[in-house]
Write a protein that binds this ligand. Structure first.
Ligand code: MTE
Ligand code: MO
Length: 512
């Protein structure tokens, strides 16, 4: 009986084949979860993000416009090397090889989860691919014949490698086919990423009003006034980020209108676009929560498009539908109001919308919670009546209309423990489309005291504020409240359902 070690060289081949299977199956699964979750794509993208500037510089100067290809080749060489090592290790101790495979899979899953457009299923291709790779590796290693002990008494016949070679060929073929299928089917979605990357948005016909430098109160721990798109909260019902090709996108306006109108991407970009700073807020944002963000949007006023269609006088709602079937019911007067910048937005922070934030086109309506107004990947506007149609969240117990409630938030101090003396308290407040007129702070049961408002960036954006506190030792609770032109926000505590949370934000602070 043969009891000697298995050939590490054949193990390396088993590792390569198992790697191909893992990568192939991962690419195949990514057909359903989006191309950015393809393990090879995700790892490549993470590598690009992590590349130091000097190396990027070197890569582009050495490889020119082929730097992407160079990256891909480099990635495959490194991966193949590691897969071969894993296979060789597995011929000695199965767990050594298996651990290396699992580590590589975990890295790929992590890279996929960290893509800015990652959906909930982003790690799935890496996980399924890793399992497939492990099964393949095990099956192939088991088929590698053991060598004879050198001290064996009889001269061994040449070990039979047929089973191993057949298994490798079959597995390799399956891996290659899965990889090709994944690449082929995923080509459309990658085209969307590529389309976004190469897009140039036109300059706005009306740029956003200049933002005063003083919109941020210059408190070190306070977040920025403009939310970076990468940090912008994301809320939607999409398991996988919809991938909508702008060239294939169109928006249809119909229902209670004089004439149906359909607009294409090129027609939309040919309109005079305007820019506006608007703070979006989610109705599910609890008091003190962070489902709120402020950005500069570029788009075409929805009123212009509606005017082309000619809405009927008895219409009171526009039901917008997204590519993935989400719907929102927006009061028509918010969309036709000449003084409200309700936009068909194509740009965020000067760039095309990120895929996760609605690429290529979404709605942005100042003053209304996102669930009734901010439809991403929007493809259809039906002019209708609240009496005749209802939207996605309304059917699930939320209010058909969702004007944003005036709220405030305490962001600083960020820690629950501070030293006695001068303590800066700071935060933000929003009353979109009405404007924040004043913010007050209260310590425990003390009197309300005026905070200092930072400069205004317009009534559709949140407003940051700060307050100097002479903190005395002990346990304290800080409260804040914002005023819009009609008065203070309510202190009555209400849950997020059905139309938005209310109550004073509070923060427990221990002063030493
Ligand atoms: N297609 C689609 N659009 C949508 C949603 C959705 O689930 N699907 N959610 C809405 C909700 S509830 C909010 S708060 C905003 C959030 O936009 P953001 O993810 O860009 O921050 O998008 C809105 N638009
Ligand atoms: Mo929301």
């Amino acid at each position: 009986m043969r009891t000697g070690p298995r050939s590490a060289w054949l193990g390396a081949i088993a590792g390569l084949v198992a790697g191909l299977v893992a990568v192939g199956v991962g690419a195949f699964v990514s057909i359903f979860t989006g191309s950015s979750s393809d393990p090879l794509v995700a790892v490549g993208a993470a590598f690009v993000d992590a590349t130091p500037a000097w190396l990027k510089e070197f890569a582009t100067s050495t490889f020119g416009t082929n730097d992407k290809a160079a990256l891909r080749v480099g990635e495959i060489v490194v991966l193949a090397g590691l897969a071969a090592v894993a296979g060789a290790l597995a011929t000695r101790r199965w767990w050594w090889g298996a651990t290396l495979v699992v580590l590589l899979g975990a890295l790929a899953a992590l890279a996929a989860v960290r893509r800015p457009d990652a959906g909930m299923l982003a790690p799935l291709p890496s996980i399924v691919g890793t399992v497939a790779g492990l099964i393949t590796l095990r099956a192939l290693v088991d088929r590698i014949p053991r060598g004879a002990r050198p001290t064996g008494a009889s001269v061994a016949a040449a070990p039979d490698r047929r089973a191993f070679l057949q298994g490798s060929l079959v597995a390799g073929a399956i891996g290659a086919v899965a990889l090709l299928a994944g690449r082929f089917a995923g080509a459309g979605s990658r085209a969307v990423e590529a389309a976004r990357a190469t897009l140039h948005l036109p300059a706005p016909a009306r740029a956003a009003a200049a933002v005063p430098a003083g919109v941020h109160p210059d408190v070190p721990d306070l977040g920025p006034w403009a939310t970076p798109p990468a940090d912008f909260y994301r809320i939607d019902t999409a398991l996988v980020v919809p991938e909508v090709d702008p060239a294939a996108w169109s928006l249809r306006v119909h229902g209670l209108v004089d004439r149906e109108v359909t607009i294409t991407w090129d027609e939309l970009l040919a309109q005079p676009l305007i820019e506006a700073w608007v703070t979006l807020t989610c109705v599910s944002n609890p008091v003190g929560g962070d489902l709120v963000g402020n950005q500069r949007w570029l788009g075409w006023p929805i009123r212009e498009l509606l005017a082309r269609a000619g809405p009927h006088a008895d219409a009171d709602m526009v039901l917008s539908t997204s590519h993935d079937g989400f719907t929102a019911s927006t009061p028509i007067e918010a969309l036709t109001d000449p003084d409200r910048d309700a936009l068909l937005a194509v740009g965020m922070d000067g760039k095309p919308l990120p895929l996760a934030h609605g690429f290529p086109v979404r709605m942005v309506v100042p003053g209304l919670y996102g669930y009734v107004s901010a439809t991403k990947w929007v493809t259809d506007l039906e002019v209708t009546r609240y009496a005749d149609a209802s939207a996605y969240w309304t059917d699930r117990g939320w209010s058909p209309k969702g004007p944003i409630k005036t709220e405030s938030r305490i962001d600083v101090p960020t820690s629950g423990t501070v030293d006695a003396g001068r303590v800066v308290v700071a935060g933000t407040a929003w009353a979109q489309h009405r404007g924040v007129a004043r913010v007050q702070v209260r310590v425990d049961d003390g009197p309300w005291q005026d905070a200092t408002l930072a400069d205004s960036g317009g009534i559709d954006s949140w407003r940051q504020w700060s307050w100097q506190w002479d903190a005395e030792p002990g346990d304290h609770v800080l409260y804040a409240r914002a005023f819009d032109p009609d008065g203070p926000q309510t202190g009555a505590e209400a849950d997020v359902v059905p139309d938005g949370a209310t109550g004073y934000p509070s923060k427990h602070v221990t002063v030493r």
